[in-house]
Design a binder for this molecule. Structure first.
Ligand code: CP
Length: 326
């Protein structure tokens, strides 16, 4: 079992072996238990995490900041608008300099065609680990928390379980595709039957889809792509319907919103949930467009696990920080 993750960057779960992912879950569940019983776990005393945000956040910011405090360290919240990035600080400079001040650098930069490369350039220059708090391609900490939530409901052996990663309509903004992409990448490693359900204009990146297919070959699971919203729910154990933008069809936000408006009936309601298994769980990384993306009855109903899912962000992130930043 591989337990030494010191100094490692977390940009995508694909960079971690099954053994290493398993170690992250072990530590995350242990830290969740420790917090539940009030057992001190100051594993990162005197360590500092710089959190650099180029996009807004509720859960990610608060859970990383709380997590560092609970681990005995400190997290700096840095709004990119308050930095000198606009005046010339490059990714290389940020990595080299912040990496000397701090023991970890966490970054959220979701600009299409830019964010991931920017984070990788910072990582290349940094002597401290870099943690991806979401780019336009990946959202690894969300998906680790999602996996913890699924394990809590179905156990560690997820072989044969059916998960529906689905597009849903939302009107608030064109959300990144990093959540569904990271979901299909991780869930295909557990021997699950993974469904990606989306309208034809809302394709994911072909390279990511190929990696997901490769994962199923090794794990013994299956991967299929559907374009029928109802079919995605049929007999599923886990459903994660959420919106994302049509970036691979158009990078024009207004055009993407116009395309999305053809699919306003892609809303998760009780009728859709009834198509899934009786014990099926509903998940959403949040924020959700209530009564547009999902009805109140579903997100607040008996199938919903969205609070546990949001809580597990804290434990998954603490695990990765404790393993990589010590
Ligand atoms: N799910 C998630 O990343 O939430 P925030 O955007 O609020 O951080």
């Amino acid at each position: 079992m591989q337990t030494d993750l010191r100094g490692r960057d977390m940009i995508t779960t694909q960079d971690f072996t099954d053994d290493e992912i398993s170690t992250i879950f072990d530590v995350a569940f242990d830290l969740k238990r420790k917090r539940a019983v009030g057992e001190p776990h100051a594993l990162l005393r005197d360590k500092v995490l710089a959190m650099l945000f180029f996009f807004s956040s509720t859960r990610t910011r608060i859970s990383f900041e709380a997590g560092m405090a609970q681990l005995g360290g400190h997290a700096q919240f840095i709004d990119s608008r308050t930095t000198q990035v606009k005046h010339g600080d490059t990714a290389k400079e940020l990595g080299a300099i912040i990496g000397r001040y701090c023991d970890g650098i966490a970054i959220r930069q979701v600009d299409w065609g830019f964010g991931n490369q920017f984070i990788r350039e910072i990582a290349e220059a940094s002597r401290s680990p870099v943690l991806n708090m979401q780019c336009e391609i990946y959202h690894p900490f969300q998906i680790l928390a999602d996996a913890m939530t699924i394990i809590e409901n179905f156990g560690r052996d997820l072989r044969g379980k059916t998960i529906n990663v689905s597009w849903a309509y939302a009107s608030s903004y064109q959300k990144p595709m990093s959540v569904p992409q990271s979901l299909i990448l991780l869930m295909t490693r557990f021997g699950m039957n993974v469904r990606l359900t989306r309208p034809p204009e809302f394709k994911l990146m072909p390279d990511i889809v190929e990696q997901a297919k490769e994962n199923t070959k090794k794990s013994g699971g299956s991967f299929e792509i559907l374009d029928d919203f109802d079919a995605g729910f049929k007999d599923a154990d886990i459903v994660i319907p959420k919106s994302w933008g049509a970036m691979l069809t158009t990078t024009d936000e207004e055009e993407s919103a116009r395309i999305a408006s053809k699919y306003t009936n892609w809303i998760t309601d009780e009728q859709r949930m009834a198509l899934a298994k009786d014990h099926a769980i509903y998940m959403h990384p949040l924020p959700a467009d209530r009564n547009v993306e999902v009805t109140d009855a579903v997100i607040d109903g008996p199938h919903s696990r969205v609070w546990d899912q949001a809580e597990n962000r804290l434990h998954a992130q603490k695990a990765v920080m404790a393993l990589t930043m010590r």
